[in-house]
Design a protein around this ligand. Sequence first.
Ligand SMILES: NC(=O)C1=CN([C@@H]2O[C@H](COP(=O)(O)OP(=O)(O)OC[C@H]3O[C@@H](n4cnc5c(N)ncnc54)[C@H](OP(=O)(O)O)[C@@H]3O)[C@@H](O)[C@H]2O)C=CC1
Ligand SMILES: O=C1OC[C@@H](O)[C@H](O)[C@H]1O
Length: 563
Amino acid sequence: MTLVQFATESTPLSTCDNAAPPVHHRRCIRLICLTTTYFIAVIALLSPRSFTVHDVHVSSSIRQDVDQSNAPQRMSLMQPSPEFYLPALNPKEMLGSSEKKQQQQGLRWGILGLGRIAHDFTSALLVSGCNVTAVASTSLARSKEFARHFSIPTYYTTYEALASDPNVDIVYIATTNNNHKNPTLLMLRNNKNVLVEKPTTVTYEDAVIMYREARERGLFLMTNHWTRFFPLIQYLRRTFLTTPYSNNNNNYDPERRFLKQQTNEHNLGKVMAMKGDFSFVTPLSPSDRFLNHSLGGGVTLDIGCYLIELALLAAYDHHNTTSLHHEMKKKVAAATANNIHPDGIEATGHGIMFNGVEFPVDVESSFSLRWGGGNYGVWNGECPSNDETECDTISIGGEGTKTLKHNNNADLEHKFSMIASFQASFRRPSTFEVEYVFEHGRIVIAGPGNCPSEMRIYEYEQYGPLKRETVVLFPLPSIKNELVKRYGTPFYPRAEGFVYVIDAIEKCMAEKGVPGSGSTSRGEEEQWVMDEGCLEMPENTMEEQLVTVEVTENVLKEMGYFD
Ligand SMILES: NC(=O)C1=CN([C@@H]2O[C@H](COP(=O)(O)OP(=O)(O)OC[C@H]3O[C@@H](n4cnc5c(N)ncnc54)[C@H](OP(=O)(O)O)[C@@H]3O)[C@@H](O)[C@H]2O)C=CC1
Ligand SMILES: O=C1OC[C@@H](O)[C@H](O)[C@H]1O
C-alpha cells in the first residue's frame, strides 16, 4: 500500500498593487488572507521533502513503514499546469494576522443568523485574518453577545439594518433551511453579495428566484457547498472524475469551466457507481431545526444533500469534458448536453414518534440516483472481433434487454452511466465515507466525506485481486487549536475547512472585482454588465448549485416530504 501526502506550501498573494486590473481600478483590494497553494504534484517533483511517500502493509490495520526496496513503485505524477494548483490559506500566516494586516482588508463580511454554524464560520473567517464588520440576528441578546464574543464592531437586531450597512460587501447567511430565500433577496436588493448556507433552499422554485435576482443585479450569490473547495475534492475531480479525452495540454479552457484531466498512473477508467452513508445521532428535540418540518428539517436536506452534491460532481465533470471532446472532434456536442440530471430517482424515508411527539421529517432516508438508459448501460468492453461491423450491435443481456451499439454511436459511448445508492440518518452513527466505483478500481473517501482529508485508491487486477492500495492525504489547515483557543470549540466538525471556500471567494473578488461595489461597471441603458467582477466560482457554478436543489427536491418528492 502506498501513502501519499500532499504537503502545504505557502505563497503570499497580493492582488492589489498600483497597476490594478483595468476593469477594477476603482477599487484597490489587498487580499489579507494570504494564500497557500497545494502544489499537488509539481511540489512532489520540485520539492521532494514536502512530498512523502510511505509504503505500508496492505493487510495491516496500522500503517507500518516497510523496506522501500520491496515496496510498490512510488506514485509518479505529471507536473500539472497552473490551473491545477489548489488554493488554501496559509495557516502560519493566518496565525500571525496582525493589526497591520487588518488594515489591508479584503472583503467586509456581514453575518446574518447568529446560531451554531455562524459561530464556526465566523471563527474561521477571523482566524484567517478576514474582516467581519457587522452581524445581525432577530434576537438582541444573540446579536450583542455574538459581536462581543468575536469583537465585531457593529451588531443589528434586524436583517434590514444589516442590508443598509454601507460597510458590508458580502453577507454570509446562516439561518434555518426554510429561511434562506428571503434574507438572500433582501441582501441582493440592497446591493450586497451573498454566501448562503446549504441547502440553497427547500424548493427549486425558490432557488431559481434567488439566482435570477443575483444574475439580474450582477451580484455574487453562492451556496456554501464548502466540500467542493477542499483540495481532496479538487484533486478527485481533476484526476478521476473528468473523462480521459483531454490530456493535450492545449485543451484547458477556463471560460468553459472545463476541468482538464490530470494524467495519473491509476488507470481506474470511468466512474460507474457510488455508495455513501452520512448518518449521525441527533438529539430528539421538536424545536431544533433538524427535526422541525417548518424550519426545513429532515436528514436529506441537512446532510443527504452532500451526497447528492458528490454524485453530481461526477456527472458534471463528465459532461464538461465530453462535450469539449465532441467539439474538438467536430462532432455535435448534443450527446451529453444537459446530461447532469439523473435519468432516474428513487427514494424512501420515514419520520419518528418519540415520547408521544411526532417528528414528521425524514429521520431515515435512502435514495438512489441513476444516470444512463433504463434497461441498458454503456458497453465499455473491447470489440470482440477485428471486424468493426460486428461491434455495431452487441447484445449485453438476456431476453428483454436492449441491444446496444458499441461503435459508431457517440451518443451511447459518451453517455454518462452511473448508479448511486445513498443513506442518511439522524438516529445512528456511520463512517461518513463515500465510495466511487470505477471500471478498474474504487476510491473511498474517508469520513467525514463532506469535509474530507483522506482517500484510498484501490486498483484491481482483472477478475478481482487487489493490485495496489494508495492512501492520499490532504492535511487540513492547522488552525484548529488557534480557532478553539480564541473562540471556543466549534459546534460542527472541521470548522477549519471553511478556510478553503473563504480563500477562494476572497481571491476571486480581489482578482475580478467586488460586484456592486463600483469596482465593476454598468453598461449603457442601465443594463447590468454581466460577467463583470466575481460573479461565479468555477468550483461551484450556479448551474451546478441549481441542479443540486432540483435533484434534492425530486428526492424529497419521491419520499413524500411535501405531502
Ligand atoms: N456548511 C456546513 O458545514 C453547515 C451548514 N449548516 C447550515 O447552516 C444553517 C443554520 O444551521 P445552524 O447554525 O445549525 O442553525 P441554528 O439552529 O443554530 O439557527 C441558526 C439561526 O437560524 C435562526 N433560527 C433558528 N431557529 C429558528 C426558529 N425556530 N425560527 C426562526 N429562526 C430561527 C436564528 O437566526 P437569528 O439569530 O437571526 O435569530 C438562528 O440563529 C442551516 O441551513 C444548515 O443547513 C449547518 C451546519 C453545518
Ligand atoms: O452541513 C452540515 O454538516 C455537518 C452536520 O453535522 C450538520 O448537521 C449539517 O448541517
